[in-house]
Design a protein around this ligand. Structure first.
Ligand SMILES: C[S@@+](CC[C@H](N)C(=O)[O-])C[C@H]1O[C@@H](n2cnc3c(N)ncnc32)[C@H](O)[C@@H]1O
Length: 277
């Protein structure tokens, strides 16, 4: 019944979403849902289904999003982290680990919920992450997640520093010192069609970036040039049709070497990395 209602509302994964809502409402993981006795069924589940029918994102209904080993608070005003970004973050974690730097210095440009910054702090021992966010509505979510992660994983405490402001100009004190710049910036072309979950619920500042969607990525290229030490690395996410354009944003500027395209789990072009010489 719930699955049919969500399917008829145009939800892309109606069974998974119905199960996620039921699991959250009953305080169990999705794989343990079958263990909940019928007598314990909570009828507020149907309120959650009704909200999802309006195409409100599952994560806004449950209030949480999962990102690598983290549980993050999300809701109106902040971008919901995506599985594609977990792949880029995993690449960055591997790269930082291989760098053999005692205290790797990282900049996360446009941190939103803090997903990338907090995952790096959790998984790379001694990394110090400077996270920049320009949207005043997103910042309270970042602050809550930094506090939440520090409580759950005390070794991350104090290792993520949030800077409110525009990443084009922030972090000048770190110029030429950073080991890794990472960013999942807005990259949707203005006017492009997006599903209701995105267009009606995600913050505009997290989505759109100029007629070709590449304005913020061009800024990330310039900022990475300013921040990175020689031999430092940049990783930037983009939309799947933008792989070739984003490759050239880096490759045509002097000073970048080893510019590479990388795919996500679906095999689609998803992020570009390059090394500052
Ligand atoms: C697509 S969201 C990504 C959020 C998070 N990093 C993630 O991967 O889930 C882009 C974020 O960048 C922020 N942002 C966009 N342009 C910015 C700028 N010039 N300076 C600072 N933050 C910016 C937006 O407010 C938004 O939170």
């Amino acid at each position: 019944m719930a699955v049919t209602r969500l399917a008829e509302a145009g939800v892309e994964s109606p069974r998974a979403d119905a199960e996620l809502l039921a699991a959250h409402r009953h305080g169990v993981s999705r794989s343990k849902l079958h263990l909940v006795p019928d007598a314990d069924f909570d009828p507020r589940f149907w309120d959650d289904v009704a909200r999802r029918e309006t195409r409100e994102p599952v994560q806004h209904i449950t209030g949480v999003a999962y990102f690598r080993y983290l549980e993050l608070e999300v809701g109106p005003g902040v971008f919901v982290p995506r599985p594609e970004t977990e792949v880029m973050t995993g690449w960055a974690i591997d790269r930082l680990t291989a760098m053999d730097v005692a205290e790797p210095l990282v900049a996360d440009l446009g941190t939103g919920s803090g997903a990338i910054a907090l995952a790096i702090a959790q998984e790379v021992p001694r990394a110090r992450v400077h996270a920049v966010e320009g949207d005043p509505l997103a910042k309270p979510w970042t602050e809550r997640n930094i506090a939440r992660c520090a409580a759950a994983a005390p070794h991350t405490s104090g290792r993520v520093e949030l800077h409110g402001g525009d990443f084009e100009t922030e972090l000048a004190e770190l110029n030429g010192m950073v080991d890794l710049v990472i960013s999942n910036p807005p990259y949707i072309p203005v006017g492009a069609l997006v599903p209701p979950e995105v267009g009606e619920y995600e913050p505009t500042a997290a989505l759109y970036s100029g007629a070709d969607g590449l304005n913020a990525i061009r800024v990330v290229e310039r900022v990475a040039r300013r921040l990175l030490r020689p031999g430092g690395t940049v990783a930037v996410e983009h939309g799947s049709p933008q792989g070739s354009q984003v490759y050239w944003v880096f490759a045509e500027e002097a000073g970048w070497k080893q510019t590479r395209n990388h795919a996500d789990l679906a095999g689609l072009d998803r992020f570009v990395t390059a090394t500052w010489s």
